[in-house]
Design a protein around this ligand. Structure first.
Ligand SMILES: [Zn+2]
Length: 178
């Protein structure tokens, strides 16, 4: 039985429209992603929403119908149950380092260090850096405007003082001339 539309939409929305394994978004791929049964139906999995994962075509085809057959089979990361940071660490060069055996198996099975994903992560990091620079630039511009306003107020004060001094001088001169 295929999944109904409302369930699909819930899974999509819950994932924030991104592959829950590799993080690539609908916007990045230019289309809808697929829905993966974490425990495949052929291996006893159900259509329960907790067993459904929003997933890009690549990750889905690499994962295929993998599921640990028994206690000794290597397990893979279930993004619905465990956080990313529990099993992976993102290196500056854009590749993922596994922190656990589960992380290692997942990177291997889903090819999470495929070259296109590495360049995607590097691009994302560069974008983030750019945004931070822009934010810093914006706050500098704000500070500059503020300083300019303060300077304007100081100049105005000085002009007032000068005017007062001139008035006093004029007054004294008038007194002197009399
Ligand atoms: Zn993916």
């Amino acid at each position: 039985m295929t999944l109904n539309k409302s369930i699909r939409e819930q899974v999509r929305h819950r994932s924030n429209y991104a592959c829950e394994y590799c993080g690539i978004t609908e916007t990045d791929t230019g289309g809808l992603l697929t829905i993966d049964h974490f425990r495949p139906k052929s291996k006893g999995g159900t259509d329960n929403i907790d067993n459904l994962i929003y997933c890009c075509n690549r990750c889905n085809s690499y994962k295929h119908n993998y599921y640990p057959e028994d206690e000794n089979s290597p397990k893979i990361w279930n993004p619905r149950e465990e956080s990313f940071s529990q099993h992976f660490f993102l290196l500056d060069n854009g590749s993922l380092k596994s922190l656990t055996p589960v992380g290692k198996t997942t990177i291997q099975l889903l090819r999470l260090n495929r070259p296109s994903l590495i360049s995607y992560r590097l691009q994302q990091a560069a974008k983030k850096e750019e945004q931070e620079l822009l934010k810093r630039y914006q706050s500098l511009v704000n500070l500059y405007h503020q300083a300019n306003q303060e300077l304007g107020a100081i100049i105005k004060n000085q002009q007032d003082l000068l005017e007062q001094q001139q008035q006093i001088l004029r007054f004294l001169l008038e007194e002197f001339e009399d």
